[in-house]
Write a protein that binds this ligand. Structure first.
Ligand code: FPP
Length: 249
């Protein structure tokens, strides 16, 4: 699972074998700041520059879905000052990037308990989603106030409600039905899950959806994660043999 993804190089990718969906756990902003004796917020600010770089290159190479873990349900427990700084950063990012999203055909989407977001972010988010909804270049999904167990719980409750109303029977509950009740219902499962900062954890991210994702963990802290390292991971992905539990002959 761990992989030496720190090499840089001019990676030429096979366009026919690009992952359709890349999911990223962006970790290490705090450590990046601490190493420089800076406030953690500076790490998040630098991290949002990396978001910009990775969104841009993903769109350029033809990734169809990019899903970023920007704020988890557990992140609400951080000090108030850090939470509000993150929310302001997010608001600023959405406002600053709108033009670039429009110019490059990026459709914004968000998953999570979005009703918990403070009003200014919530308003900007809704506006950006509405303004970009007809773009077809790439879907950028921000996971905000997201937790996979909550998502699964919501799905189970929805299906139970439909069953109680007599709309479905137990036999009709299939994997596809479950997928169609998750927040990610309109996207394919991630082909790749990348986690920065070296932690060997999933941290409550897309637990159902990553069943067959290829996992890449790099020690690089998110603010230092570069276009070159990203391309190197995508190149390595193309050399992996995805068997989905079967065998190759
Ligand atoms: C994890 O690093 C990162 C987060 C909790 C927030 C991610 C936010 C950004 C990358 C910037 C803003 C996002 C967007 C979409 C503009 P950490 O704080 O847990 O780092 P640590 O583990 O080193 O303390």
């Amino acid at each position: 699972m761990n992989s030496d993804t720190t090499k840089q190089g001019n990676d030429d990718l096979d366009p026919a074998r690009l992952p359709a969906h890349v999911a990223i756990i962006m970790d290490g902003n705090g450590r990046w700041a601490k190493k420089r004796l800076l406030n953690r917020v500076k790490g998040h600010e630098q991290g949002s520059e990396t978001v910009r770089t990775i969104v841009r290159i993903s769109r350029e190479i033809g990734i169809q879905y990019l899903t970023l873990y920007a704020f988890s349900t557990e992140n609400w427990e951080r000090p108030k000052s850090e939470v509000s700084a993150l929310m302001m950063l997010l608001n600023r990012f959405l406002k600053n990037e709108l033009q670039e999203m429009q110019d490059n055909g990026i459709r914004l989407f968000a998953i999570g308990q979005l009703d918990r977001l403070p009003q200014p972010v919530s308003t900007t988010l809704k506006e950006t989603i509405a303004l970009t909804k007809n773009n077809t270049g790439m879907q950028l999904t921000l996971s905000l106030s997201y937790g996979s167990r909550t998502e699964i719980l919501d799905m189970v409750r929805d299906i139970a409600r439909e069953a109680c109303q007599g709309k479905i029977s137990a036999e009709l509950i299939t994997e596809d039905l479950i997928s169609s009740h998750l927040y990610t219902r309109n996207m394919p499962d991630p082909d790749i899950l990348i986690r920065t900062s070296g932690e060997m954890r999933i941290s409550n991210f897309l637990l159902w959806q990553i069943a067959y994702s290829e996992i890449f963990i790099t020690k690089t802290l998110w603010p230092d994660f570069s276009k070159e390292e990203y391309l190197h991971i995508l190149k390595e992905y193309q050399s992996r043999d995805r068997r989905f539990g079967k065998i190759t002959t």
